[in-house]
Structures are given as structure tokens and as C-alpha cells.
Design a protein around this ligand. Structure first.
Ligand code: SAH
Length: 239
């Protein structure tokens, strides 16, 4: 199984060699095996094939790690992964980037328990917050250098859930699929209201996953205290 995982992750083009050391790939594999095992008894991922998981979960998350590495340039930084689910991209980021202190937030306590357990097995430190993003924002407002999210909500709502956590001068890294540009267009007003501006986009492709895009928002002003609103409001009337 390990060799299938290793081969699959190495088949993905565009990842820096320093992310694919024996040690990193071994830890990523531990996360994936724990995920596939736990997935049999709880709802963590639709993926059941180890090669698919290597490419579509682990390698995909490493593209976010690559973007964060470029922005943080080896300095010690902090990151909150919002709606981390089975630990993506939180755990691969923690595995690949020891200078980033990672917190995984998810509304489902069981998912946070899974992430904590998987992190321990991988021998990396990841903090967990079993809370809803819009509720945790009051306590952790403007407390992180980075926020990240994958497959949590449409961008206009997602910005409201994630941007309040980010310090001014920090970044929100949104991992999106083929609708990224359309969502970014739709979320222009939300971005302006919340104090971020789209500073860069990373485009890549993963076999079986199609076109992928990382939208990098830089926080240029504090988020007004009225945000985030309650979830029902965010959903009903996205910014
Ligand atoms: N990021 C992971 C999981 C995506 S599934 C991945 O890409 O594989 C979406 C996850 O977001 C679920 O685990 C769900 O519990 C969580 N979630 C959705 N809305 C949330 C909110 N408002 N606050 C916290 N977690 C949320």
C-alpha cells in the first residue's frame, strides 16, 4: 500500500522535491491510512482508493503548503484550517512545514478527534477546535497569520467564515475547483467588506481532480465587528 501511495503522490507534477522526502511521504501515508480506516465507520471522505487519496487529498493539500511556504519564507507562522474534516489541508501542511503552527477547526467534534489522533500517529503537532467558525471567530479574532479552507462553502460565504481569524497583513488561502474564477467574481463585494484583496492565484491540475485553483487573499484592513454574522444570515444573504 505504501508503494502505491508513494508512486501516486510522486506522479503529481508541480510539487517541490523538498515536500516529497521519504519522511514527509511516510507521514502523509500514515494520515491517509488512518483516514481510509476511520472512513469505514464515519463519514470523512468519499475516496476509498489509496492512490486517489494520495493525489486528491495529500498532494492537493501540498499545493496549499507550497503557497504558504512562499508567503511565509521559512518564518514561524500560525494557521487555522477552517472546516478541516479529515484534516485537509491542515495535516499535510503541518507535516510539510514545521515552521507553521497549525490549528484545525471543525464544527463536528468527532472529526476533530480524528485529526488529533491522526496527528499523534504522524508525530506532528496540530491543535484542534471543535467549534463552528462563525462562533469561534469572537474568541480568535485576528489571531492567525494564515487561514485555509477546502470544500467548505461557496467563496462569498467562506470569506465571512475565514477572514475574521486572519491578522491584518496575513493571508486567507482558499482551495477551489473549476468554478474558482466565477466564485471570486461573485465574492468581490464580500472581500472588500471584510478587508481582504485577491493578491494571487495558483492554477494547477491533478489527474482525476481536474483544474484546481488556490485563491490567495491578503488582509489589508480589520474586519468590521459586525462580521461574521450568524450562519443562517450568511447563507440567506451572502455579502
Ligand atoms: N476540508 C476538508 C473537509 C471538507 S467537508 C476537505 O477538504 O477534505 C466540510 C467540513 O467543513 C465538514 O467537516 C464540516 O463539518 C465543516 N464545516 C462546514 N461549515 C462549518 C462551519 N461553519 N464551521 C465549522 N466547520 C464547518
Amino acid at each position: 500500500m505504501f508503494s502505491v501511495f508513494k508512486e501516486a503522490i510522486e506522479s503529481v507534477g508541480g510539487l517541490p522535491g523538498e515536500f516529497l522526502t521519504e519522511e514527509i511521504v511516510r507521514r502523509l501515508y500514515i494520515h491517509t491510512s488512518e483516514l481510509l480506516e476511520a472512513g469505514k465507520v464515519m463519514n470523512l471522505t468519499a475516496i476509498t482508493d489509496v492512490g486517489d487519496a494520495a493525489r486528491l487529498h495529500a498532494a492537493d493539500s501540498l499545493f496549499a503548503a507550497r503557497a504558504i511556504a512562499k508567503l511565509s519564507q521559512g518564518k514561524d507562522t500560525s494557521l487555522i484550517d477552517v472546516g478541516s474534516g479529515g484534516g485537509f489541508p491542515a495535516l499535510p501542511i503541518a507535516i510539510a512545514l514545521p515552521n507553521v503552527s497549525v490549528t484545525a477547526l471543525d464544527a463536528t467534534a468527532k472529526k476533530c478527534e480524528f485529526i488529533a489522533l491522526a496527528a499523534a500517529k504522524c508525530d506532528v503537532k496540530v491543535g484542534t477546535l471543535p467549534e463552528r467558525a462563525e462562533e469561534a471567530a469572537a474568541k480568535y479574532r485576528e489571531s492567525f497569520d494564515f487561514a485555509s479552507a477546502r470544500a467548505v462553502a461557496r467563496l462569498n460565504a467562506l470569506l465571512e467564515l475565514c477572514v475574521p481569524f486572519v491578522k491584518v497583513g496575513g493571508y486567507f488561502v482558499a482551495m477551489k475547483g473549476s468554478a474558482a474564477n466565477e466564485e471570486a467574481e461573485e465574492a468581490k463585494r464580500a472581500a472588500k467588506t471584510l478587508g481582504v484583496t485577491l493578491s494571487d492565484t495558483v492554477d494547477y491540475e491533478i489527474e482525476g481532480g481536474g483544474a484546481r485553483h488556490i485563491l490567495i487573499y491578503k488582509k489589508v484592513a480589520p474586519t468590521p465587528p459586525a462580521y461574521p454574522r450568524r450562519y443562517a444570515q450568511i447563507k440567506k444573504k451572502p455579502l
